[in-house]
Ligand binder design. Structure first.
Ligand code: PRT
Ligand code: ZN
Length: 303
């Protein structure tokens, strides 16, 4: 069935087709209540219940698609975004975009790593070293800022094997857990960029219909992201312990206090905590007299 909204009124969002950001990007949209039929063999999918079309592409293409106005929105790592923006500046191409939201997935860092046995104290030790990377712009920017003259060798994949192949003495690559570096007997010595997935939009102004849809989408994303952190806490407490209990609740405002049937000395307390509730917090609550403590996840939130 064709979508109810005409294409010109539908937002077009570029997403990674397959890779580390794909599942989380689709999951975010699903949590925002946006339904798409998942067969991703299709390049372009229409959402069934929201005026948005999804374009599935390689992550490296996402910044261009947004900056060139082919797509209104994109979800991409800031590593790829910043590298593309720097490259376009270097080439004199426009690199306009607006950051809409920082997302809670895709976290990693771009780090310079050396063979484990190689001595390193300061960035000056990189002088004259060949550094293999898929991020030449970010690497060169870091080296320039440090005033270090090193050679940047561009590789598009498997950067971590460059030292063993004798292509370079160091690498500058993305690190998440660090296990890839460890498996290749490398150690990170400098973090040059911290990355996370973001939602961006092009610099061009949207017409009123699309602008309204974007506003709605952003509000839902905020609701999902707030809910991901937040917890609903319920407990029983002696009335006398309420001041201490309220102080222990992380990021909670105005809890609801309800009477407990058959017990005048105790009340039930319900509160939304904006931050994680750790075991340590629950243990402290118990110590000041709380009992029957329940911590529940929150699916959606609108303040
Ligand atoms: O095909 P396409 O071009 O779309 O995908 P891709 O292969 O270029 O990218 P992909 O799917 O690997 O990563 C997409 C994005 O995920 C990256 O641009 C980052 O923004 C983000 N991301 C988060 C990561 C990692 N974590 C990550 N660990 N991207 C890559 N890695 C790689 C890293 O390059 C290294 O090889 O994972 C390895 C290190 O992982 P650890 O856990 O061993 O440290
Ligand atoms: Zn890529």
């Amino acid at each position: 069935m064709p979508p109810a909204t005409p294409p010109k009124d539908r937002l077009r969002l570029a997403l990674q087709k397959s890779g580390r950001l794909s599942a989380d990007s689709l999951d975010l949209l699903a949590r925002c209540g946006i339904k798409v039929k998942t067969p991703k063999e299709k390049l372009l999918l229409h959402a069934e219940n929201f005026p948005i079309d999804l374009l599935f592409v390689r992550d490296d293409d996402i910044p261009q698609l947004v900056m060139d106005g082919v797509c209104d929105l994109g979800i991409v790592g800031t590593n790829v975004l910043e590298e593309t923006a720097l490259e376009r500046h270097t080439n004199g191409a426009g690199a306009g975009y607006e950051l809409q939201r920082t997302l809670d997935f895709g976290g990693c860092r771009l780090a310079i790593a050396l063979p484990e046995e190689r001595a390193y104290a300061t960035p000056a030790d990189l002088a004259g070293v060949r550094i293999a990377t898929s991020y030449p712009q970010l690497t060169k920017r870091y080296l320039a800022a440090q005033g270090v003259a090193a050679e940047v060798v561009v590789l598009t994949g498997s950067v971590e094997i460059a030292p063993r192949l004798g292509l370079a003495e160091a690498i500058c690559d993305l690190v998440a857990t660090g296990s890839t570096l460890e498996a290749n007997q490398l150690r990170a010595v400098e973090t040059i960029f911290k990355s996370t997935a973001v939602l961006i939009r092009g610099a061009r102004e949207l017409d009123a219909v699309k602008a309204h849809a974007l506003e709605l989408l952003l509000r839902r994303i905020d609701g999902v992201q707030m809910a991901a952190e937040a917890k609903y806490i319920m407990l029983h407490a002696p009335k006398s312990a309420l001041p201490q209990i309220k102080q222990l609740l992380p990021g909670a405002e105005n809890p609801t206090i309800l009477p407990l049937a058959g017990d005048d000395t105790k009340v039930a307390l319900h509160a939304v905590c904006q931050e994680a509730v750790f075991w340590e917090t629950m243990e402290s609550l118990k110590r000041v007299g709380a009992s029957s403590i329940l911590v529940l996840p929150i699916e959606k939130m609108m303040l």
